[in-house]
Structure formats: structure tokens, C-alpha cells
Design a protein around this ligand. Structure first.
Ligand code: F6R
Length: 362
């Protein structure tokens, strides 16, 4: 049932505020984050190793910024197919965390089995509660996204991110990085997320309006800095999966180390840059692109648009938000740009060629 939408993907994008409301209701108690038993003592671990594939991997990369900056917990992130064959040493003091929508991805499951007996704790963040990855974990954390039918992951990504942010906040409190008042303030911020996501869905028309131009491009670049960098990868992945346009993501600061050679007036460059502590740096990278004729789509908030919107090809405005929430909020325009560009190209949005929803072979 597509709930009145043209595609499952559109339905799943649109239902994110409701699923995030469910998720927050399930995890937020009166005065803290409530995890399913047996929980995890973040004060007792020294490092976190996170492993996943595809979109779930980009959720892990984003979470690294949260765990390190907010909780002071060192994090390593790897794609499961590399991790499992590298024989990485996993010492005492390590918790291993696996993120998977289906809970059946062969490489992720194999990586989990590799960590069994080596890591102190095996955690997972899953959508399918009765999946293999959930069953084989010491602690499985559900993302409450509901069934995801569209092959390109959308609501599972925002729900994975939100569970991971809740975990990072829990870790920060356990490790003495957030006192009770600061922790409570962070939870209050999170409570605004469903409303913010709802507002972000309002850029649907703007995304549609530029999609015909994006659909003409042969290559599209995505740029982000700091906690927005992994989302640039997710935006590029979404676009290639369903529109078959070649898309790449770079950390904004890496541009001048090579990729800037790709820029000319035929290359749209999507810049994800809320008005945060790194905004000025992102803007100067964006201006380097504009100076070479690149067609910039700046996704930012009102303050960012006022400050840096002049001369930019297209500005998409999102509501201002607490910095930690931006990677979740900005997932919406990444999804909508991919969706509308694919529609403009006439591809099969829900069943893209060559892809399967659950990858149970390596
Ligand atoms: C992208 C996508 C894939 C999956 C990946 C992992 O839209 O859907 O990249 O994210 O195959 O799948 P799960 O999360 O089921 O382990």
C-alpha cells in the first residue's frame, strides 16, 4: 500500500516524521535514554568499532562524529566486506556495533561473527527485529522504521541515525561528557526533530523544480564538511542508485587535492552546509567551485542563504536546526533530489536495475 503516493519511496520519505516520533517515544524515558535490556555501560568500553554496508555504512560514518565529539569515545568505521577479511585486531575494551536495515546482509553478518569472542559486547541497530543480525547480538536496538519496501533506503537511514545519536548521548552521559542539564537539553533538541523533518519535506517542490536540469547532467558532485560529509556520500549513493547518474561525494576540504579538476559548467555540485561552525570553510570551497563555472546547489538554512546565497545557481532552504541534528534533517533534500531526478529520467524508482533489497550473498 503506497498510501496515496506514486511510489513506495515517496511514501517512505514522507512518513519519516511519524516514524521518528514512534522511535523517540520508544527510546526516551522521563529522564533519559531507555535501551532494551541488557543495555550497555559506555563508561566500561574504550572504543567502538562500527561495521555496515551501503547506506547503513554512511549512518555509521555520521555517528563517528557524534560519538567522538559528544561522548569522547574513539570510533572506527568500516564497510563489512573489507572488515571481515582484514583480520582486524579486536582487543578487550572494544564494543562492536553492526547497523543493518534487513539484519540479513551477508557481509555484515559475517563481520559480526568474526567479532564474536573478541569484542566485549556485540551490539546491532536493525529494522527487522527477528533477523539473524539481531538474534546474534548481545543487544539489538530496533529502529522502528516499519517495513521499508523501496529498494533505496530512506526512512531506515534517518531512523538509524536517530538511534545512533541517542546512543552517543547515552555514552556522553555515562562517560561524564554531558551533565544532567546538558543531557536533558540534548533530548529536548531531539524532540523537535519530527517537526523539523516535517518542515524539511516542504522543499519537495523546489527539488522537483530543479530535477529536470539535474537529470541532464552526466556527473554530479556532493560536498560536505564535518558531520555533513558522510551525508554527501549518502546523497551521491541515492542519486546513482535510482537515477543512474554518476555521482561522487567529497569532503569539501579535499576538493583542491584533485577532484576540482572535474569542475566545469556541466557539473552540478550539491553543497550541504547548514550555518554551523564550519560554514565559512564550506563557503570558501563552494566559491572555488563557482569560480570554475560549477553549477552549485546550496542546501542550507535562512542564515546560510543570506550570507552565501548570492550568485549560487540554486539555494534550497531548510529550517535552522541544532547542529547535531543537521545530518538527519538534510537527509530529506538528499532523498528528494534523487527521487525527483529519477522521475525526470523516467527510471524505476522503487525497483532500480541490478539492485536487491536484501543482499544475502557476499
Ligand atoms: C542503499 C541501500 C543499500 C543498503 C545496504 C545494506 O539505498 O539500500 O546500500 O543500505 O545494502 O543493507 P542493510 O541495511 O539491510 O544491511
Amino acid at each position: 500500500d503506497k498510501g496515496g503516493h506514486r511510489h513506495f519511496m515517496a511514501k517512505e520519505i514522507a512518513e519519516q516524521p511519524a516514524r521518528l516520533t514512534d522511535l523517540l517515544g520508544a527510546y526516551m524515558g522521563k529522564d533519559g535514554v531507555e535501551l532494551p535490556a541488557p543495555g550497555i555501560d559506555f563508561a566500561a568500553i574504550e572504543r567502538l568499532t562500527m561495521v555496515a554496508c551501503g547506506t547503513a555504512f554512511y549512518a555509521c560514518l555520521t555517528a563517528k562524529y557524534w560519538f567522538e565529539q559528544i561522548a569522547g569515545l574513539p570510533v572506527e568505521v568500516d564497510v563489512a566486506s573489507e572488515f571481515r577479511y582484514r583480520e582486524p585486531p579486536i582487543g578487550a575494551g572494544t564494543a562492536a556495533l553492526f547497523v543493518s536495515q534487513s539484519g540479513e546482509t551477508a557481509d555484515t553478518l559475517a563481520a559480526l561473527r568474526y567479532c564474536r569472542g573478541k569484542a566485549d559486547r556485540i551490539l546491532s541497530v536493525v529494522n527487522v527485529a527477528e533477523s539473524s543480525i539481531a538474534r546474534e547480538s548481545d543487544l539489538a536496538l530496533p529502529i522502528h522504521a516499519g517495513p521499508e519496501i523501496g529498494v533505496a533506503s530512506t526512512k531506515a537511514f534517518s531512523c538509524q541515525l536517530t538511534v545512533l545519536l541517542l546512543l552517543a548521548l547515552d555514552a556522553a552521559r555515562a562517560r561524564g561528557r554531558l551533565d544532567d542539564a546538558a543531557f536533558a537539553a540534548r533530548l529536548d533538541e531531539l524532540r523537535t526533530l519530527p517537526g523539523l523533518m516535517n518542515q524539511a519535506l516542504g522543499i519537495d517542490d523546489a527539488a522537483h523544480a530543479i530535477s529536470a536540469r539535474l537529470a541532464e547532467a552526466r556527473d554530479i558532485l556532493f560536498l560536505g564538511r564535518g558531520r555533513m560529509y558522510p551525508l554527501a556520500h549518502e546523497g551521491a549513493l541515492k542519486l546513482k542508485e535510482i537515477s543512474y547518474i554518476h555521482a561522487e561525494a567529497y569532503a569539501s576540504g579535499e576538493l583542491k587535492h584533485g577532484p576540482i579538476a572535474l569542475i566545469d559548467k556541466s557539473v552540478p555540485v550539491i553543497v550541504m552546509a547548514p550555518r554551523d561552525e564550519l560554514f565559512d570553510k564550506s563557503v570558501s570551497n563552494m566559491q572555488e567551485v563557482m569560480a570554475r563555472g560549477g553549477k552549485v546547489v546550496l542546501i542550507t538554512d535562512a542564515a546560510g542563504a543570506d550570507e552565501a546565497g548570492d550568485g549560487v545557481w540554486q539555494v534550497l532552504r531548510l529550517p535552522a536546526c541544532p547542529p547535531a541534528l543537521a545530518p538527519i534533517l538534510y537527509a530529506v533534500p538528499a532523498q528528494l533530489l534523487a527521487y525527483h531526478t529519477a522521475l525526470a529520467k523516467g527510471t524505476d524508482v522503487d525497483q532500480p536495475r541490478n539492485l536487491a533489497k536484501s543482499v544475502t550473498v557476499e
